[in-house]
Each structure stands twice: as C-alpha cells, then as structure tokens.
Design a protein around this ligand. Structure first.
Ligand code: NI
Length: 144
C-alpha cells in the first residue's frame, strides 16, 4: 500500500526481523534518529554511486596518499603530476605524519574518468604506500 501526502510517499517493507534488529542497532550507533532518514540516505548513496559510475558524469573526488618523502624523486614526481592536472585539482593538504611519512589529501573535480585517471596515476607512483579515492557528486537532492 502506498499513501501519498504532498510529495512524500510512505511504503511498507518486508524484512527479516533479525536483519531489521541489526539495521536498527547500526543506525542508532551512527546517530540516525529514525529509520526513514537512514533509508533515504541509503537510497541517495546508491543513486550517487550509479551516477558517478558514468565516466562522463561530473564528480568530486577525495584522494588520500600516504608516502615516505625520503624515497628519491617521489615528491618531485608527485608535484609534477599535480601541476600537469592543475585544472582538476581544487585543493591539496599536506600533513607530516612523523619524521618519514606524509599524508597528502587532494580534492579533485571533473569527469569521473578524469578524476579516476589522476588518482590512478598518483597512487601508482612507486613508494606511494596507500592511495584511496572516494567519489561523490553535488546533486543528491537532499530533501527537507
Ligand atoms: Ni611531509
């Protein structure tokens, strides 16, 4: 049964009670005040994932790179590649984690294929220990 009030639709969901208990425990831990908001966020997240799977879609990427700055030529190479892609790099933050290790966080913008290509190039440089890219986009139509 669907009840429509203004633009809000209420719908019933059949779900295993143990699965629902786990879901309720998880969303309580995450700080959701009710199931509806948690389910709306899940749906939005699936829609964003689907949208950014299109290589031509506009997306925003957050790339974090961990590397040892003593590794020869690594810092220069990272710098060169970033200058080469300056149009897609909105911001970079560099943090010295300890005497040897650095964390660099880049915010990238552009077509999904461009953002992924830059992330792949930077992450695959020798001696970059860990490169993690998270993609998102602005148009998620957050209601309320
Ligand atoms: Ni550093």
């Amino acid at each position: 049964m669907r009840t429509v009030m203004q633009n809000i639709v209420r719908f019933g969901v059949s779900i295993d009670d143990k699965l629902l208990d786990k879901f309720d425990a998880l969303i309580a831990k995450k700080g959701y005040v009710n199931r509806s908001e948690a389910i709306r966020d899940l749906i939005r997240s699936m829609l964003v994932d689907e949208d950014i799977s299109d290589p031509e879609a506009e997306s925003i990427g957050t790339l974090s790179l961990v590397y040892n700055h003593h590794a020869s030529e690594l810092a220069d190479k990272l710098n060169d590649l970033q200058h080469h892609s300056y149009k897609n790099i909105v911001s970079t933050t560099h943090i010295h984690l300890d005497e040897h290790n650095c964390l660099e966080v880049l915010i990238l913008k552009g077509k999904t294929r461009e953002v992924k290509a830059i992330a792949d190039k930077l992450s695959s440089i020798k001696n970059v220990k860990n490169g993690q890219l998270t993609l998102t986009r602005a148009e998620t139509e957050k209601e309320e």
